[in-house]
Design a binder for this molecule. Sequence first.
Ligand code: SAH
Length: 337
Amino acid sequence: MTTKSLYGLSPAEIASTLSLEREYQGRQIFEWLIKGVTSFEEMTNLSKALRKELKEVSPISSKVLEEQTDSTGAVKLLIELHDGSPIECVLLVDKEGRQTACLSSQVGCAMGCGFCRTATMGLRRNLEAFEIIEQYVHLLRVGDNITHLVFMGMGEPLANLDEVVSAITYFHQEEGFNIGLRRITVSTCGIAPAIEKLTKLNLPVRLAVSLITANDEQRNEVMPINRSFPLKELKRVLIDYQAVYKKRITLEYVLLSGYNTTQENAKELSEFIRDLDAMVNLIPYNEAAELHWTTPPHQEIEAFTQELDKQKVPYTVRYSRGREIDGACGQLATNLE
Ligand code: SAH
């Protein structure tokens, strides 16, 4: 028996991986796994003999090492993967009580964005689909009604597109977790060719793009990806994406005090969103000990949003949840030592 995880497998694949005599046994196990039951001992409709036979097998490859909760109800899990790599994922609860699972797609990240704490780790490796799915399974134990998924944890999901897509396909299956594609958001720093691939896949998930600034010179400075795929190229693939999926996209604009909050920045942003159906999420920078940026004071945010109002740019200001436990946007990082 050489499986790392039974998550990500179909009932037939489970049956063959475990060399089960009957396919329906694979389905029974699949159904337990979807309920979040990961011990064969608790799968009470399997025969005693089979449960005994499977005693040495673990259906899940990762385990929770640590759980932290903050006053907004956000819960951050530190998870250890089968090779010892640590990753984090977060359950977010909004004011209406809506629960969102924020998942990681890589151990660390190679994109090198200057304002993001995960970037300071560098990239160790991509996650496999089952490792993405298992984060959600662990979060099911802390969230009783998770309805939304966002790929906004550690890593760049579009740099690991195949595994992310196969995890999404699994999450979406009707007989599985049955999560609607419109409730799944993939967030990217803007890898243009991968956005194009996503457009061709006929997988209408929601797309969020970490824009940060609509000025190429600045973006080159804080987001190295922009040197490969500058704003013009990014905008072109976003227009194509929208032509196919007809969905509003989100532009994430982390507000970095004294950097990207000028009147000029607001004008450039309004220029960028022309021809796009986009909502701008303004995210006041979440501070991280390793990074030198600061959160803009209230008046600075106010002056910026006033200019956006003038330019008729649709936006919302999003104070991140999970800040107290370093579980907010851009604050996830684990020690690889
Ligand atoms: N690699 C993907 C997903 C991870 S980042 C991406 O780039 O989109 C998830 C969100 O956190 C992005 O919107 C990103 O812009 C934001 N973010 C990163 N660092 C942040 C910080 N220090 N404060 C606030 N938001 C941050």
